[in-house]
Design a binder for this molecule. Sequence first.
Ligand SMILES: [Ca+2]
Ligand SMILES: [Ca+2]
Length: 381
Amino acid sequence: MGSTPAHALILYGRTNAENLTPPASGAPWAHGTRVGAPNASGVYLGNGYVITANHVDMGVGNVSTTIVINNVTYTQNTAFTPCRLSSGNHVVDAKVFRINGDPGLPVLPIAMNGVHTDTSKNCTIIAWGVGKGNLTSNTSANTTWSWNGVSTQVQRWGTNRTEPGNLTLSGGGYQYNALLASQDILASSPNDEAAMTIGDSGGGLFISYNGTWRLAGIATDVSTFGASTFSGNPMFAGSTRFVRLAHYAHLLRFDHWRNHHLGNATAPYTGDNDSDGLPNLLEYAFDGNPALADANRAPVGGFDTVLGIDYVTVTYWHRRTTTDIALTVEESTDAVTWSPATVTPVVLVGNSTDIPVWRIKARVPAGSGPRKLLRVKVTLL
Ligand SMILES: [Ca+2]
Ligand SMILES: [Ca+2]
């Protein structure tokens, strides 16, 4: 594939001063996120998590210095290492990171695989990239605009339509299912027809299902760099590729995970189909398989002595792309009253963006009492 990072929207029939306010369609404009600087886009998922393209440069130290959501600037939560999505042998050009603070926005629905058709659908794209530059070509077959400078970078929306068919993209170290949107001047709303530019990487593609807007794609790359061509002829029209999020949302959300593994998005939290003693919610948090007896995913207790200090420990797996649970270590002396423990975590497996499942040992000083108990508590947000 011709792979070039997508970085804002160019609209076929509009100026850079248009489509800068929430669209009348109700598409989730407030969730559009600026990831700067360097400049790119993202989508606010809820619960303090933002999703963007994995290839987006977060900046020095993997930290974005300017995150703008709904006109408010946030800082990145540096206690959470940004975490890439991967599933089976698919290495996906998408990652999640966390912010400090609460934008007060609801959890954004995501298209569910096998439930919400995402191909051949009208969509709205929201992102922060540069706008239109000069008209560089205008023939009977196609119309091309160059991309403008960073001073035109702003949050903008446009529309498009996803192409039919299954598309798997490979290249640049990535492989993933993708959605494709091409720049068609014969579209139903040609003036709002959107092409993506530099700064749009990580922007969201949204589809409305019976009035509910769902995130369906994360922008990853464009067919041509530096200029965008609109055409009524597919041979000439440029295009943008998106991570097809329905195929990976089971890494992000418990209902999608249940749908993916159990064929039932509302399977009980406490269900234990594989009789391995781990209920569904814990299988999700610890990256277990709810259809395979894999009790080795359960937390394990132990003892450590470090520099003469005795610790009790609990070692557990954590799928870090989960955006709808909180995981805390609690301690007790009587197994009746539990309180949050002050832990020293040690990452045994993971500790990088590219390893989405970490194995973590949490140490708590044993103290002088007769006993101390630890547990890992998983709360669905
Ligand atoms: Ca189980
Ligand atoms: Ca299991």
